[in-house]
Design a binder for this molecule. Structure first.
Ligand code: NOJ
Length: 572
């Protein structure tokens, strides 16, 4: 039946009014929360791996409507922004990190209209949406590469890195791909090699070509105009390679693919990266957007460079050194926090993401896992800086690694088996209930659900006041309301203690004291808070990962049970 014209117009006007209202509410909420800081400095980000979050159409793979249906949960949890890993059309060789079209949504995840609805609904709840920007490489199915590969004369030939071999059957140099094998793939038709830092199906873009830069920058504008609040920049250190193609130095030993270890001297972190970041930042600033970097660095100086000399590159380079501390070590965390805290840049902390084994496994001792999960949350969510959570950490999700090579989905795991089992283990379906497929889908999920879903799931944990989930909720609420946690300085205490990490967050007369026993034995720790001008007699515990505690007043010493974590408020 044809719809009367007047009705369509009325419907349209109504839709526009609803959109404007939601946009206004969002803008008002955000303006109210800024108060001297940028919105992203106050924000807790939450990474959503769309394949695994919520499956609205029950095909075993999560989707955008699934994410939209869980926004109320995310709001109640207390996150301010979600980062969605790639949901663009893709052959899924690297599960979306091989993009075939930067300005659309993969049908397996939904449509652009679904995306718009997700943005509108997220904004209604005061949640911003960040996308993943895979800028180093495209899929080999992207139309730019298909054209580029078609002939040496293609208009897109120079959009990628094509070179002659050193000789018959010999690649241009010794560079190895990060995901195993040589970094050069021979093309029989045009008889040249193309460069790929990751899989052969992920050819590297040539960022020395201004047309590439323009097309990619326009992509960010396309999404900003749809309401996106920023990007997480994938593999940002890999954008440029040495134009002379010099061999990378070889280091002793073999990597997990059985190949020689290689120092990425000519393939990573070239100075030209920073020129691109400055320009990309200019575009982002026009939209009040944030740029978060996937910044793998081995020391603080490397990380500092990503902020830019004048703070004009990435607002949030991720401190991935912190995310890969693999033992509960008070001195190591203390050292790292101190380094980034005085770096001059705004710190960015995370413990988990879709590429690293979940912190529940990395720090858990098998006996006190939930308590340790709360301890780690109490650590990184009370530091000065922005925090990025990973879906499921708030319910204590654990890795479920594949048991045999045949079960592996991640190509890295197939190639590196059994030394590396790939990243499937940290990408399993979100655990919503204790029911079939953990309430993620009625169909068999693309990855299996860990057995711990029976106890560690949103539904059950919501009812248990002592659950990991309820601890996170209280912690996030505290983080958003305590002035000292929002804006306070970081002041390390008891700097020589090998087991207990303790610090103050202090803003004017408000102070919050955090005390974390990172050891499996009882510890006692003494404080001299009066020397800092604080009235220790009034200290109150505002959050702890244990019910029982032995707190003496005035607060001069605390005896801590194994893995105990306390957050105390010291009122003025
Ligand atoms: C980093 C992403 O986090 C990872 O999942 C991906 O495989 C590589 N970049 C290649 O895009």
């Amino acid at each position: 039946m044809p719809i009367p014209r007047s009705l369509t117009r009325r419907a349209l006007l109504f839709a526009v009014a609803v959109f404007l209202c939601s946009a206004l509410t969002f803008a008002q909420q955000q303006a109210a929360s800024v108060g001297g800081r940028q919105w992203w400095q106050r924000a807790v980000f939450y990474e959503v791996y769309p394949r695994s979050f919520a499956d609205s159409d029950n095909d075993g793979i999560g989707d955008l409507n699934g994410i939209t249906s869980k926004l109320d949960y995310l709001k109640r949890l207390g996150v301010d922004a979600i980062w969605i890993t790639p949901c663009f059309p893709s052959p899924q060789v690297d599960f979306g990190y091989d993009v075939a079209d930067y300005e659309n949504i993969d049908p397996m995840y939904g449509t652009l209209q679904d995306f718009d609805r997700l943005i509108t609904e997220a904004h209604k709840r005061g949640i911003r949406v960040i996308l993943d920007f895979v800028m180093n490489h495209t899929s080999d199915q992207h139309k730019w590469f298909v054209d580029s590969q078609s002939s040496r004369d293609s208009a897109y030939r120079d959009w990628y890195i094509w070179r002659d071999g050193r000789g018959p059957g010999q690649p241009p140099n010794n560079w190895l791909a990060l995901f195993g094998g040589p970094a050069w793939q021979f093309d029989r038709q045009t008889r040249q090699y193309y460069y790929h830092a990751f899989y052969p199906q992920q050819p590297d873009l040539n960022w020395r070509n201004p047309a590439v830069e323009k097309a990619m920058f326009d992509t960010t504008r396309f999404w900003y105009q749809r309401g996106v609040a920023g990007f997480r920049l994938d593999a940002v250190d890999r954008l440029f390679e040495d134009p002379e193609l010099r061999d990378n130095p070889i280091r002793p030993g073999l990597n997990s693919f059985g190949q020689p270890n290689m120092e990425p001297k000519y393939t990573s972190n070239l100075p030209e990266v920073h020129d691109v970041l400055r320009d990309l930042r200019e575009v982002a600033d026009g939209y009040d957007a944030v740029l978060i970097g996937e910044t793998w660095t081995s020391n603080i100086n490397g990380l500092k460079e990503y902020y830019g000399r004048h703070g004009n590159e990435l607002q949030m380079p991720m401190d991935l050194m912190f995310a890969t501390v693999n033992e509960l070590s008070a001195p190591e965390f203390r050292r790292q926090i101190a380094a980034v805290d005085v770096s001059g840049g705004w710190p960015v902390y995370l413990l988990n993401n879709h590429d690293v084994v979940r912190s529940y496994n990395r720090y858990g001792d098998g006996q006190h896992n939930d308590q340790i999960a709360k301890l780690m949350a109490a650590l990184y969510l009370t530091l000065r800086g922005s925090a990025i959570m990973y879906y499921g950490e708030e319910i204590g999700m654990e890795n479920k690694d594949p048991e045999s090579k045949d079960d592996v989905k991640d190509p890295i795991g197939k190639l590196g088996w059994p030394i590396t089992k790939g990243r499937d283990g940290e990408r399993t379906p979100m655990q919503w209930t204790d029911g079939a497929n953990s309430g993620f889908s009625t169909a068999t999920p693309w990855l299996p659900v860990p057995a711990s879903a029976k106890t560690h799931n949103v539904e059950s944990e919501s009812k248990d006041p002592d659950s990991v989930l309820n601890f996170y909720k209280r912690l996030l609420s505290l983080r958003h309301t305590e002035k000292a946690l929002l804006d306070g300085d970081y002041i390390a205490l008891n700097a020589d203690d090998p087991n207990v990490l303790s610090y103050l967050r202090r803003y004017k007369d408000d102070a919050v004291l955090v005390v974390l026993n990172m050891s499996a034995s009882e510890q006692s720790i003494t404080f001299d808070l009066s020397s800092l001008g604080l009235a220790s007699s009034t200290a109150q515990i505002v959050l702890a990962n244990r019910r029982e505690h032995r707190l003496q007043r005035p607060l001069r010493s605390i005896t801590l049970d194994p893995f105990a974590a306390y957050i105390l408020k010291i009122p003025r």
